[in-house]
Design a protein around this ligand. Sequence first.
Ligand code: N01
Length: 550
Amino acid sequence: MAETSPPRKPLPTRLDAVIVGAGFGGMYMLHRLRGLGLSARILEAADGVGGTWYWNRYPGARCDVESMQYSFSFDEALQQEWQWSERFAAQPEILRYANHVADRYDLRRDIHFETRVASARYDEAADRWTVTTEGGEVVSARFCIMATGCLSAARLPDIPGIASFGGETYHTGYWPHHKVDFSGKRVAVIGTGSSAIQAIPVIAAEAAQVTVFQRTPNFSIPSRNAPMDAEYESWWKSDYAAKRRQARMMRTGILYDINPQSAIEVDEATRTAEYERRWANGGTAFMGAYHDLILNKASNDTAAEFVRSKIRSIVKDPETAEALAPKDHPIGTKRICVDTDYYETYNRPNVALVNLRKTPIETITETGIRTSDRTREFDVIVFATGFDAMTGALLKVDFEGRGGRRLSAEWEHGPRSYLGLMVAGFPNMFMITGPGSPSVLSNMIVSVEQHVEWITGLLGHMQARNLTRVEATEQAQEEWVRHGMEVAEKTLYPSAASWYMGANIPGKPRVFMPYIGGVGTYRETCDAIAAEGYRGFALAGEKAPAAAAE
Ligand code: N01
């Protein structure tokens, strides 16, 4: 298995399709386009495949979807042959899997590594995209497919003095390939989201001292990670295809038991027993304890209070425990975290928590961090400060669509799309897990497969009819955006200042970006739209659709 790329080769000047990004979405898309007989290349900024799992190499990085479910389902042989070593796979193993996929389907020969796309312009007369790389290479392609991921534009905070620090600095989403040696060092971690919650226990086990700078606490559930249980693996593999079919119809694309009851329908003892059972099992299935936890504040409060009581029982110092107990958002409305020994880590003598709500950061200095009450000296600062989520990577490319429309202008007040797949005014440009689709609220691989297969179906439909252009109509887009907002408003999600809402980026419009109607419902909608001849999409080309249908 090769983990590094072959030498760079020049880009072809004319292709059927350019795919941007060699994560799971881009790789599967390439595989399916080959199946249609189309010429396609992936342009990838990194020097290897894996997308999010290529970049997020921080200590403790691990998936919070179980390994048996966080993997491709499109090939029975692939899913039978691959063996995961743990219940929740760690980043190096997922990256090995991504490399295995690249090799197994001979994808590398059509991937251009270390190639970052700068701009894409649509030529209406030719029905083609002109894609230009940062290196100045230009390729003309009929289709431009963005597989850039939802959490790939890492973000450093605007803290004064950030550039003046003389020690080592790292961002969790842009971690170096070499092992970072924390031994004997004084380490600051800024941020307490999923990445920090995974990294802090591992760094604390090695460093002399870890100081965590927390602005907003998050809810975290223990993962109860363990070596893969052979019986569990065989249970999955005995009828993998059937279980995958079930998973695809679940709200999150993950097969787990969701209790159809309401949390406030049952008495307190029953509720506590259910929360205890799920806490003991570990993982995000905790949120399936009652079906209405994300719908009803009173129900949500019961789960939130249960987790707060767990934090208070684990963390020995009461002031630290109180600072770690989230009170500003309903549980689950910011991405729930999954950890190994996160809260326990605050009982270590070498770990301290700084509550930035009480003593905000004033500046980063050459040797440390100054908060409103004091200055602390550090050898290393780890920024676990997240991403310009969902739109960041898409808007990094200067997109110019039909009639000179700019994607940045179209999305000035928040992303607008039809199904999270296409944007009106940008014909032949697709997004894999774009804003407006379930994406980050789901098992990403399930959503990636669904999008890739749906796009493949549409391109096959066009091929059969000799059509050269597809575009979402303004009306269909308008209705989908409105529907997405209506569904979100029925939940507690918009009440949290989350990255789902764009709230972590100063100046970013506050719009709930993913589609929360559920993975299964969304799949049915997409399938129905395809079955109705791609309702809401304008199809055109060399032959008119009517003539093609004859
Ligand atoms: O990023 P985040 P992440 N001063 O945005 C803080 C996925 N993921 O990389 O909330 C001080 O969640 C910020 O504070 P606040 C998963 O979907 C999955 O951790 O803005 N602090 C927050 O605490 C996840 O949700 C997995 O007040 C500042 C933190 O930085 C998503 O990636 C693992 C600050 C950022 O948290 C992103 O997670 C890891 C400032 N100026 C990630 N600016 C798994 O599958 C920001 N912060 C398990």
